[in-house]
Write a protein that binds this ligand. Structure first.
Ligand SMILES: Nc1nc2c(ncn2[C@@H]2O[C@H](COP(=O)(O)OP(=O)(O)OP(=O)(O)O)[C@@H](O)[C@H]2O)c(=O)[nH]1
Ligand SMILES: [Mg+2]
Length: 330
C-alpha cells in the first residue's frame, strides 16, 4: 500500500524502502477508483475541454464547474484568475491547451496539502482519530493497523468509541483479523480508555497506539469538550501524547467538510486529515477549498471499503483525477 513505519535502527532488516514504492498495479487500481469516483460526480469539469474556444463564457462555465465540484469561491476565483493570466501570456484560446495548464495550477494549489509522514519518531507514537458520525474512522484505523503491522510495527488499538453499542466489536473484529492488540471495556469512559491504552502501549513497548473515538458533530459542544478531555488525559499518560490528531472527513460531505475541519482544529489542534469515500459521489474539489482556506496535510485518501483501498494523498494524481484525465496514472 505505502510506507509509513520505519524502524529507527539501521541494523534492522525491515523492508521499509521497498514498501515506500507504490506498486504500479495497485496504484492504477486505486487511481482508477478515484478517477471513476470523481468523474461520476458530474461536475462537468472534464466535458468543458471539448469546447472550441476559451472565451469569457467558457471561463464562466469553468468557474461554475469548479464551484459545483465543492472548490468554494476563493479557490475557484484564484484558479480562474491564474488560468486567464496564463492564457493571455501564452496566447492560448483552445480549451484543450488550457487543460494541461489547469492541471498544473490545481497541482500547485494542492501541493501544500501533501506530506510524507513517518510514524516511528516516538515509542509509542500515539494517534488520536476523530470525525463526524460515519466518516470512516474505524474502517480507516483498521486499514492502517493492517498495513502497519504488515510492516512490522506493533500496534495497539484503543476502542475509545464507547458510545455506539457495536463500535467496540467493530474495532475488535479489525484487530482480531490483523492480530493487533486492543484496549477498551464496554461502557467505560472514553478518556479513561484512551489513558489506559497509552499506558499499556508504553508498558508493552508498542510502536503505535491508535485511539478511535465516537463520531460527533462540531455543533455538539459537550461532545467536542469530551474530545478535548480525551486529548488532555492522554498527555497525562505520556507527555506530548497524542503526537498526531487526525480528522477523518467523508469526501461526499462537500463544503461542510470545511466547517468540520475548522471546528475540530480549533478544539483539538489537528495534525492531519484523511478523506474517505472518494470512490463514491465525492466531487473532490473540497481539497482545493481546504488548501485555500484552512490547509492541513491530507495524509491519506480512502477509495473503498476494502483493506487496500487507502492510499497516501498525492497532489499530482489527484489533480489529474479531478479533471478525469485518461492519462491519470501516477
Ligand atoms: N465507499 C467507501 N466506503 C467507506 C470508505 N471508508 C469507510 N467506508 C464505509 O463507511 C461506513 C462507515 O465507516 P466507519 O468506519 O464505521 O465510520 P466511523 O467514522 O467509524 O463511524 P462512527 O463510529 O459511527 O462515527 C462503513 O460502511 C465503511 O465501510 C471509503 O473510502 N469508501
Ligand atoms: Mg467508528
Amino acid at each position: 500500500m505505502f510506507g509509513l513505519f520505519k524502524r529507527k535502527s539501521r541494523s534492522d532488516p525491515s523492508p521499509t524502502e521497498a514498501l515506500t514504492e507504490v506498486p504500479t498495479e495497485a496504484a492504477s487500481g486505486w487511481m482508477g477508483r478515484l478517477r471513476r469516483g470523481l468523474s461520476r460526480s458530474g461536475t462537468g469539469l472534464a466535458r468543458l475541454f471539448g469546447a472550441t474556444r476559451a472565451d469569457d463564457s467558457w471561463f464562466e462555465s469553468l468557474e461554475d464547474a469548479l464551484l459545483s465540484a465543492d472548490a468554494g469561491v476563493p479557490a475557484s476565483q484564484g484558479l480562474i484568475a491564474r488560468l486567464r493570466q496564463r492564457a493571455r501570456a501564452q496566447r492560448m484560446d483552445q480549451p484543450q491547451a488550457l487543460r494541461a495548464e489547469l492541471i498544473e495550477l490545481i497541482y500547485q494549489a494542492l501541493l501544500p496539502l501533501q506530506k510524507t509522514l513517518e510514524v516511528s519518531e516516538h515509542t509509542p507514537t500515539v494517534i488520536m482519530v476523530c470525525g463526524v458520525n460515519g466518516a470512516g474512522k474505524t474502517t480507516t484505523i483498521g486499514k492502517l493497523a493492517k498495513h502497519l503491522s504488515d510492516q512490522g510495527a506493533s500496534v495497539l488499538l484503543a476502542a475509545g468509541d464507547t458510545f455506539r453499542a457495536a463500535a467496540r466489536e467493530q474495532l475488535l473484529t479489525w484487530a482480531e483479523r490483523n492480530q493487533v492488540q486492543t484496549v477498551g471495556q464496554a461502557g467505560a469512559d472514553p478518556a479513561s480508555v484512551a489513558f489506559d491504552a497509552v499506558q499499556a502501549g508504553r508498558a508493552r513497548g508498542c510502536d503505535l497506539v491508535m485511539v478511535d473515538t465516537a463520531g460527533r458533530l462540531p455543533t455538539q459542544l459537550h461532545l467536542m469538550d469530551e474530545l478535548a478531555k480525551i486529548r488532555r488525559v492522554m498527555g497525562k499518560a505520556l507527555p506530548e501524547a497524542p503526537h498526531e490528531v487526525w480528522l477523518v472527513l467523508d469526501g461526499t460531505n462537500g463544503q461542510n467538510a470545511l466547517a468540520q475541519v475548522k471546528a475540530f482544529d480549533q478544539a483539538l489542534g489537528l495534525t492531519g486529515l484523511i478523506v474517505t469515500k472518494l470512490d463514491g459521489t465525492a466531487k473532490g474539489g473540497i481539497l482545493l477549498a481546504l488548501a485555500e482556506q484552512h490547509p492541513i496535510p491530507v495524509l491519506f485518501v480512502g477509495v473503498g471499503e476494502g483493506l487496500h483501498d487507502l492510499n497516501r494523498f498525492d497532489a499530482k494524481s489527484f489533480a489529474l483525477a479531478l479533471l478525469d484525465g485518461s492519462e491519470a496514472q501516477p
